[in-house]
Design a protein around this ligand. Structure first.
Ligand SMILES: CC(C)(COP(=O)(O)OP(=O)(O)OC[C@H]1O[C@@H](n2cnc3c(N)ncnc32)[C@H](O)[C@@H]1OP(=O)(O)O)[C@@H](O)C(=O)NCCC(=O)NCCSC(=O)/C=C/c1ccc(O)cc1
Length: 570
């Protein structure tokens, strides 16, 4: 969907910050009750890329010299806005001139969060190359699959993960020099060795309709899929983020980043978008609870985009630990469900901190809902806010396909200029996820109240959410079935207080009934997947329930599991 198509036809009167429900009973469509106002129009100019858009909004030169964009929480190293701008241009020039990276080439980035991460993202985007990112804890075979699927021409890797890229044969440069003294080319060398050349001098500039990134998500079905996001998608979400910072008076906040920038949540905030607002971010390379508490105190952190396990940790441990969280002003939450009980407990323990749950997907290029005021967030405690400006939604009856009014539960469908183009090379999944009118079927069971606040009830799609990361049961089942002693298998989510959910496998053993133990099954899967995807419990069963069409009836196994848990508690 182009921006031009999107901008037509909406003549309703919006009041910024208000929450009329925006529901049109004639069409069954919910419109955002918010608008961007005259200052923050999503740019319609076709010849515009994400990096140029972001860099045009950095603080002015006289401020950029001293204004700090990033601080490494471990080393206290700082990057000013001026240094950031210089590094991005120098790296873009190095990638273009020394390595011949051109518009449309896919660059695979494999690294934990680092001060250089945003520079790499913005440099890649500025020359029209396509960014694809991955979790550095993914296994060699998961990484190999993504390299092949995305068609990566070049990889950029942290030294620790290089060995996983070697078998792919893709030329790789390192983010920094390894301690071993390996003499591979590094990003640091490119930044030091190349003078910025104005991006306008480069041939074939990217436009809004070009692909900017391919981020891997499990989508509503099956295994990992490449979510194709355009520059138009990023420019739209960054415009909304910039607007959000103003609306919530967060310009002078000190942000803490531990959410990974290889996912859309971290990428949109910390890899790209927040620089437009001139804010300062304290960056943690790896998450560790006590290090986080120290960083909050040392750097007087005021704003944390977080995920539910971290909020649970704050509630359970921080209030008992001798730590100073007085600088905190706001904690938001995304990526996985946050219970009303936990939200209420958080507010009780940290009454000076605003708690703002949100909702978003990789397929919507990040956030789709927001709370503009704390008053609203408190009054609608189990909700994740109202639609962001420019978003429309439908609640669709799962049986009849009918668009439903407030308080009726159905599948949430979204439309906005941030919605992905497609799943890379997967027409079937794209057609199953985006309908012919551009509606994205989220796979989440939701309802709106009469004021336009969204409530997530359950997941229709069969994804497991472990620590805010997606785990696709089908991927684990395929691995289980490759074991010679496993006849059949199904994987379901089991609720877990700390991680949200853990993957549990039901396994039908082949021939010798005592041959295979729970631990052997767990180890077999653990050897092939990233740690967050590990099967953490196994139960043996005589047959997996399947529909006549042979589809696994996971709901039946979930009911069985719940019953077993109740029995074991008695
Ligand atoms: C901070 C968390 C919650 C916890 O970190 P952790 O404790 O280090 O755990 P990890 O999950 O990183 O690591 C899991 C496992 O990997 C292991 N590990 C760790 N680093 C290593 C290593 N380098 N080598 C090898 N093993 C290792 C680690 O030991 C552990 O192993 P195990 O004990 O077996 O579970 C971390 O899980 C985390 O950042 N989760 C968030 C994921 C996330 O951002 N998802 C977003 C998806 S996008 C989305 O949904 C968008 C929504 C959105 C919503 C609203 C909005 O407004 C906008 C957007």
């Amino acid at each position: 969907m182009s921006l031009q198509e999107f901008s037509g036809g909406d003549d309703r009167v919006h009041i910024a910050g208000s929450t009329t429900n925006g529901f049109d009973p004639k069409t069954g469509i919910y419109h955002s009750p918010l608008n961007l106002g005259p200052r923050y129009k999503i740019p319609a100019k076709h010849n515009l890329d994400t990096a140029t858009f972001v860099l045009s909004q950095l603080p002015p030169h006289h401020e950029a010299e001293s204004r700090v964009a990033l601080i490494d929480s471990a080393t206290n190293e700082r990057v000013t806005y001026e240094q950031l701008l210089h590094s991005i241009h120098a790296l873009a020039s190095g990638l273009y001139q020394a390595l011949g990276v051109r518009k449309g080439d896919v660059v695979f980035l494999l690294s934990p969060n680092s001060l250089l991460y945003p520079t790499i993202c913005l440099a890649v985007l500025s020359i029209g190359a396509i960014l694809t990112t991955a979790n550095p804890i993914n296994t060699e075979s998961e990484i190999g699959k993504q390299v092949r699927d995305s068609g990566a021409k070049l990889a950029i890797s942290s030294p620790e993960e290089l060995h996983k890229l070697v078998p792919t044969g893709v030329p790789t440069i390192l983010t920094s020099r390894p301690l071993s003294g390996d003499d591979s080319l590094t990003i640091e060398q490119l930044i030091e060795g190349y003078d910025p050349i104005p991006t306008e001098l480069m041939q074939a500039r990217p436009t809004q309709s070009d692909t900017a990134a391919i981020l891997y998500s499990s989508g509503t079905t099956g295994t990992s899929k490449g979510v194709v996001l355009t520059h138009a998608n990023f420019i739209a979400i960054i415009t909304m983020l910039r607007w959000t910072v103003d609306e919530t008076s967060a310009q002078d906040d000190v942000f803490l980043c531990f959410i990974p920038m290889f996912h859309i949540y971290g990428l949109a905030f910390f890899g790209l978008g927040l620089f437009c607002a001139g804010t300062t971010t304290v960056l943690m390379q790896r998450f560790e609870f006590n290090t986080m508490l120290d960083a909050i105190k040392t750097h007087k952190v005021s704003n944390i985009p977080a995920v539910p396990p971290v909020i649970l940790g704050l509630v359970k441990y921080a209030s008992k630990a001798a730590c100073d969280l007085s600088s905190l002003r706001r904690v938001s939450s995304g990526a996985a469900p946050l219970s009303k009980e936990l939200i209420d407990e958080f507010r009780e323990r940290f009454p000076w901190v605003e708690m703002r749950p949100g909702y978003g997907l990789t397929e919507s290029c990040g956030a789709a809902t927001i709370f503009i005021s704390d008053k609203q967030a408190k009054a609608h405690s189990a909700s994740c806010g109202v639609l962001l400006p420019g978003f429309s939604a439908k609640i669709v009856d799962i049986e009849t396909g009918e668009a439903l009014p407030p308080y009726k539960e159905g599948e949430l469908w979204l439309k906005s200029p941030t919605i992905m183009q497609e799943y890379l090379g997967n027409v079937e999944s794209t057609l199953a996820t985006i309908d012919s009118n551009g509606w994205l079927k989220t796979g989440d069971l939701c309802y709106f109240d009469e004021e336009g606040f969204l409530f997530i009830v359950d997941r229709i799609k069969e994804l497991i959410k472990h620590n805010g990361y997606q785990v696709a049961p089908a991927e684990l089942e395929a691995i289980l079935l490759s074991h010679p002693q496993i006849l059949d298998a199904a994987v379901i989510p089991v609720e877990d207080e700390e991680a949200g959910q853990i993957p549990m496998a039901y396994v039908v053993r082949a021939a010798s009934p005592d041959g295979l133990t729970e631990d052997q099954v767990i180890q077999f899967v653990a050897g092939q997947v990233a740690p967050y995807k590990k099967v953490r419990r196994v139960d043996f069963i005589s047959a997996i329930p399947r529909s006549p069409a042979s589809k696994i009836l996971r709901k039946e196994l979930v009911i069985l599991q719940n019953k077993q848990q109740t029995v074991s508690r008695l």
